[in-house]
Design a protein around this ligand. Structure first.
Ligand code: SF4
Ligand code: SF4
Length: 433
């Protein structure tokens, strides 16, 4: 019987001790007015206007929500330009010429403890909405919508598991901002009315447990627990994290809120701290560039809106080889393949992986069932692939392709190197038509 593949090398061991370069020198910063979730958007500034750090410059509009856009530097608006979004889409961007003075917008002043104590649930929703906070682990889902739930919430789970290989953003953020993450959790608990807060981190990183546990000591008037969860993949998948952190099994297709739980990535909890305590949107994030296609992989702390080409240059540029490069934004298992490196760091962009293209021939399926055993949601990827080849919508539906979380494990385990995950995506799109 084939072993279920649950553990994959996460690549952090080699990279976690690398220093973080704090890069503030970008000449121009680019702010998308639309993105994958928001097909419409507009700016509220004019060319030549001076803007400050944290100042509103536009709004993105989704189907049932909107998200403000803030400048992350001070400087002048100098028009707009099309860029490739980290999702792979080409989008319009407002350009700010950085004066490198980092002048703070006047409204961004800290709230006092008394002011925070007086906040109502409605106040929290407005504060989080105005800050533009969204799922910073990569989902990009607007955080205020989660807060608007009518379901009673008893537990807020902070997700610091970051199980995708090579990603190091949350790891570095926890090490550097543990106190603020825990404080952010207390605000998320107040905003939802939850009595319990849990932050989940991988067992194999005791240093993360330690800094969070130390930070927790400053907030003992809240019921907060730091929990060590499994090292397997995908331990950071929301439903898996909830199960490991709380013991509650939320069935796929149900909202965690229906079970009294809500989950925020640790970077989003840090965003709570910024929005509630400091009246600030997220202006910076950790971003890494790695892979065998770049000369000197690096970890960065950068302003959102920074062109990634600046960072590629700081990482020594591409390796000199005549091989084509493969660019992946996000992790290697679930990230988006990009056609161009002309992208900017967005709130949800965690990493760029640059690989030398290797053409690995695909072999015929040997019916080993590795993909079936390894699928965390109990699908049969090989059967779905066969049904998709036949263009058999009924069979694809019956095989439950929509439960696929696109975790990449089936492709990873396939000895024939069949691109199963991509086929799952195509099959999902096909049955929607
Ligand atoms: S990508 Fe989808 S089908 Fe493949 S293992 Fe993950 S959940 Fe299962
Ligand atoms: S698709 Fe790949 S992993 Fe799945 S049964 Fe065939 S050879 Fe095995």
């Amino acid at each position: 019987m084939i072993e279920k593949t649950r553990y994959i090398p996460d690549g952090k061991k080699e990279r976690k001790n690398q220093p973080v370069i704090h890069y503030l020198e970008a000449e121009y910063l680019y702010f998308p007015t639309t993105d994958l979730r928001c097909p419409a958007g507009e700016s509220c500034v004019v060319d030549g206007q001076y803007v400050k750090v944290g100042e509103l410059i536009g709004t993105r509009q989704g189907g049932f929500f909107e998200q403000p856009i803030h400048s992350t530097v001070s400087g002048y608006i100098v028009g707009s330009e099309k860029k490739v979004h980290s999702s792979g889409q080409t989008v319009d961007c407002v350009i700010v010429q950085n004066d490198k003075k980092y002048v703070l917008y006047e409204n961004c002043v800290s709230r006092t403890e008394e002011e925070i104590d007086a906040l109502t649930k409605e106040d929290y929703i407005k504060i989080i909405k105005d800050s533009g906070l969204s799922g910073l682990g990569g989902s990009g889902f607007p955080t205020y919508i989660k807060l608007e739930t009518k379901h009673p919430i008893h537990t807020v789970v902070g997700n610091g598991v970051e199980c995708e290989p090579h990603l190091i953003s949350d790891y570095k953020l926890i090490l550097e901002r543990a106190n603020r993450i825990v404080e952010g959790l207390t605000y998320a608990m107040r905003a939802t009315g939850a009595k319990k807060g849990i932050i989940a981190v991988k067992k194999k990183y005791p240093e993360l447990y330690e800094v969070l546990e130390n930070a927790r000591q400053s907030f003992t008037h809240f019921d907060i627990e730091i929990k060590r969860v499994g090292n397997h993949y995908p331990a950071g998948w929301e439903l898996d994290t909830i199960k490991s952190a709380t013991g509650i099994k939320v069935p796929q297709g149900k909202l965690p809120a229906e079970y009294g739980v809500t989950v925020f990535n640790v970077a989003t909890l840090y965003g709570f701290y910024r929005a509630v305590k400091r009246r600030m949107p997220i202006t910076e994030r950790f971003f890494s560039i790695s892979g065998d296609g770049i000369k000197s992989p690096k970890n960065f702390q950068v302003r959102i809106g920074t062109p990634v080409r600046d960072l590629i240059a700081l990482a020594g540029g591409y390796t000199e080889t005549d091989k084509n490069k493969v660019l992946i934004c996000g992790g290697p298992m679930m990230g988006n393949a990009l056609q161009s490196d002309d992208i900017v760091v967005t709130k949800t962009a965690t990493s760029l992986i640059i690989l030398d293209e290797e053409v690995i021939p695909t072999e015929p399926c040997i019916h080993c069932a590795s993909c079936v055993y390894s699928c965390p949601v109990d699908l049969q990827p090989v059967q779905i692939m066969n049904a998709y080849k036949e263009r058999d919508k009924d069979a694809i539906n019956a095989l439950g392709v929509n439960k696929c979380i696109e975790c990449g494990l089936c492709s990873f385990t396939c000895p024939s190197k069949i691109h199963l995950t991509e086929t799952m995506r195509q099959a999902k799109r096909f049955i929607k038509k």
